[in-house]
Ligand binder design. Structure first.
Ligand code: SF4
Length: 386
């Protein structure tokens, strides 16, 4: 699979507001072409510059001492090394570290470093806010305020490595921070190529996972154009419930989503991960577990059950530990590869689904299906209104 097809440059942001080129927006080939065509440099200069950006993790042109001074001066004039400015960092008691970054155009995005015994995972953002309006998600309450450029996506990894690479190397990347990555595929797909470039950040494609709410055309594109791992936020087993808690389901219902995933190109031994946020009284019955079996029967997969992390203003509650355990045990007895995600970093709002700023202006809530209205008395929102 995965002959790397060119990505349309139409929606990619390659410059900052002052017209300077964002170097981390370029794939390796694009960087070489830019240096040759725009700066009249020899192709080998691209290798030197690439190495400074992604191996030596330089933060300025001044550090790039094997480049001639005139070349550095021209780069300084025309280009930018970093695309993000560190805004804050918070360390949770369990070692989880939340980093926030200021964007040039205004707004703050977030990344989270999650160390475990055998890996260090960096969770990165792909948008400022999100348009998908999943009802249980804090980021959704911001609405969509902008797409990140490829450079802003890649720079979360570069700067996190620069800050903490001495302690432990970041080994895994998950696109599970703010935003729906496939809603910003034109910037995200080139970013995955940069992250997995051997002579650079050198992350294995097996260790880069992109999580989607289920945008079918872009899932197909991801399969054609990259080798990275796919995770899908499932979170419901009927269209009725998924239409409510993940309104993207009204456009791409469960049957079509599963058909698409059955065709998703996987190598031997690879699996799609289904994430399933456990919401009390909404999606946590054993009937739901049975339906998961049916829905995923033809898809090599693993299921990741996620206890819900409550945030201010939410009416959802996490399923009780014994409910989650019964759900897990049922699936395991049917030979499903199922895990329960450990909750990390709660004391500083760095757990999954907690990226965003509580208190932001909130989109309206969707009406739940009739049987759940008493439990969730919320406002209404027609999709067309968004
Ligand atoms: S769960 Fe993901 S896709 Fe859904 S609103 Fe939140 S950030 Fe967007």
């Amino acid at each position: 699979m995965n002959a790397a097809a060119p990505t349309s440059p139409r929606q990619r942001r390659m410059h900052d507001d002052n017209g300077r080129v964002l170097l981390k927006a370029f794939t390796r080939e694009e960087l070489r072409d830019w240096l040759v065509q725009e700066l009249d440099e020899k192709p080998f200069r691209a290798d030197q510059l690439w190495s400074w950006l992604y191996i030596r993790l330089a933060s300025s042109f001044d550090e790039m001492t094997d480049l001639s001074k005139p070349f550095r001066a021209r780069l300084e004039e025309r280009a930018r090394v970093d695309a993000l400015t560190l805004n804050s960092e918070h360390l949770a008691a369990d070692g989880t570290r939340k980093l926030t970054w200021r964007l040039d155009q205004g707004g703050v995005i977030e990344s989270v470093i999650i160390p475990t015994e055998d890996r260090v995972t960096l969770c990165i953002s792909s948008q400022l806010g999100c348009a998908i309006n999943c009802q249980f998600c804090l980021t959704a309450q911001m609405g969509l305020r902008g797409h990140l450029s490829t450079a802003e996506i890649v720079d979360q990894v570069v700067q996190a490595r620069r800050l903490y690479g001495q302690e432990r190397r970041i080994t895994n990347i998950v696109f599970m921070g703010m935003g729906e990555p496939l809603h910003n595929a034109d910037n995200v797909i080139p970013a995955t190529r940069i992250l997995t470039e051997r002579k650079g950040l050198d992350l294995s494609a097996r260790r880069v996972t992109l999580s989607t709410s289920g945008l079918i055309p872009e899932i197909e594109r991801l399969g054609r154009e990259t080798n990275v791992r796919l995770a899908v936020s499932l979170n419901a087993t009927t269209n009725e419930i998924r239409d409510w808690i993940m309104p993207i389901n009204r456009r791409y219902p469960l049957e079509r989503l599963m058909e698409t995933l059955e065709r998703f190109p996987l190598k031997k031994g690879e699996r799609i991960t289904f994430e399933y946020v456990m919401l009390e009284g909404v999606n946590d019955s054993l009937d739901d577990a049975r339906r998961i079996l049916r829905l995923t029967a033809k898809i090599p997969c693993k299921i990741n059950l996620i206890p819900f992390n409550p945030h201010p203003g939410t009416t959802f509650r996490s399923s009780a530990p014994e409910t989650i355990e019964a759900f897990r045990a049922f699936l395991r007895a049917k030979h499903v590869n199922v895990t329960v995600r450990e909750t990390r970093g709660d004391d500083r709002m760095a757990a999954c689904g907690q990226l965003g700023t509580p208190g932001d202006k909130r989109p309206k809530r969707l009406d739940p299906p009739e049987p759940l209205r008493a439990q969730f008395p919320q406002g209404t929102l027609r999709l067309d209104d968004r």
